[in-house]
Design a protein around this ligand. Structure first.
Ligand code: NM2
Ligand code: OGA
Ligand code: ZN
Length: 379
């Protein structure tokens, strides 16, 4: 990026730069708040030392110069001169046409359907646990696709926690630090049966919802019990394209979810099935037939259409073209972004045994570790 030419406008309340020949304006207040000098930011940890109240409300720029890739600004009434790398300003320009459509997602998030099966994001435990670059590639697949497979993981119980510890921390819940997923006699959750499970996100009744889930196979000699993953963001995109009003209904009204299957546990939440941020960004999908509670937050007039939208989303979820299906073998696991990718299992039967272990972890920690690896330049 090339920064040429600086000028002041509006009595120094605005700075204008020519970035690659395009005029981009910055507010004096924004610039002062983002000063990187040692009195504003701790040189050691990068944290801001001042508060917004330390910046005079009447802040303006009295002098602006550009030389050797550095923009120097003198702020008044403080009489303070601050240098900014021109490249930093170019990278953080906000005076740009913002025409984002509802349901947008950040660059680098790639929506997929069953076609991704041909290039399944998959790495071995041996690689990922011994090689920082390989770990980076595995985590990058989770960021891009919302899921990844791992082969060759140890089959000692609890090993899945070691996988979480490669990038962050296990999130303990009422189900434990990790949990066994196998058919039980008095199951406190339908996951602990041999029933098929419709594609779902886990624990929508929790707020905040666990953002990552790992499911690790220790034994799987039954008939059936295949795993399925579906990209919820791709489903939402399809729903929006074919029926914008139904998309609106699922984003604008809250559903309710509950888990009350064990003594002393009454988890309840009120959240939309399709969550958008205030700027229209697609944030999360929550979908779980077993844990949906009575919806009481949809206006009476909209309830029939809300159910039509819910049904259509479920139909899209069942579309075989959207699914990746695989049968986990002992030592194999997958990780899903539980705010985006739905997982399912087919029912199972027969004389064999099926034993999976699951745990939850946090996506912010995964993204943090990935960003640090990327900064190291080993990838
Ligand atoms: N388990 C496996 O969200 C759910 O209720 C799915 C979760 C019981 C921890 C199952
Ligand atoms: C779960 C789940 C799938 C499986 O435990 O959350 O969805 O394959 N299990 O058993
Ligand atoms: Zn699940």
């Amino acid at each position: 990026m090339n920064v040429s030419g600086v000028s002041l406008q509006d009595g120094g309340r605005l700075l204008e730069l020519a970035i690659d020949g395009v005029r981009r304006r910055f507010h004096a207040m924004w610039l002062r708040d983002n000063a990187g000098d040692a009195a504003t930011r701790s040189a050691g940890n990068g944290q801001r030392l001042i508060t917004i109240l330390d910046i005079p409300a009447v802040t303006h720029i009295a002098e602006a110069r550009l030389a050797d890739g550095t923009v120097s600004l003198r702020f008044e009434p403080e009489g303070k001169t601050v240098d900014y790398p021109a490249a930093w300003l170019a990278a953080h320009a906000y005076d740009v046409p913002a025409q984002r459509r509802l349901g947008w997602t950040a660059a680098g998030i790639e929506r997929w359907d069953g076609g991704l099966n041909a290039e399944l994001p998959c790495r071995s435990w041996a690689d990922v646990s011994s090689n920082r670059a390989a770990l980076g590639h595995w985590l990058a697949a989770v960021r891009r696709y919302g899921f990844a497979v791992m082969t060759g993981a140890p089959t000692e119980p609890g090993s899945l926690c070691k996988v979480a510890e490669l990038f962050g921390y296990v999130r303990e819940t009422n189900y434990g630090r990790w949990f066994d997923v196998r058919a039980e006699v008095n199951p406190n959750n339908l996951a602990y049966t041999n029933l098929g499970l419709q594609a779902h996100t886990d624990n929508p009744y929790r707020d905040p919802v666990p953002t990552l889930q790992i499911l690790h196979c220790l034994e799987n000699s039954v008939d059936g019990g295949d795993s399925i993953v579906v990209d919820g963001f791709r489903l939402v995109e399809r729903l929006q394209a074919e029926h914008p009003r139904w998309f609106d209904l699922l984003t604008r009204h809250c559903a309710r979810f509950a888990y009350e299957g064990a003594k002393g546990v009454r988890l309840r939440s009120k959240r939309p099935m399709v969550e958008l941020g205030p700027d229209g960004e697609l944030i999360a999908i929550r979908f779980n037939n077993r844990s949906a509670a009575a919806f009481t937050d949809v206006p009476f007039e909209d309830m029939a259409d809300f159910y039509a939208a819910y049904r259509r989303l479920a139909e899209l979820i069942e579309d075989p073209a959207m699914a990746i299906t695989f049968k986990l073998k002992p030592g194999e696991l997958f990780i899903v972004d539980n705010t985006r990718v739905l997982h399912a299992r087919k029912s199972f039967s027969g004389s064999g045994k099926r034993w999976l272990q699951g745990c939850y972890a946090d996506k912010d920690g995964l993204l943090s570790t990935l960003a640090a690896i990327e900064e190291d330049g080993v990838m």
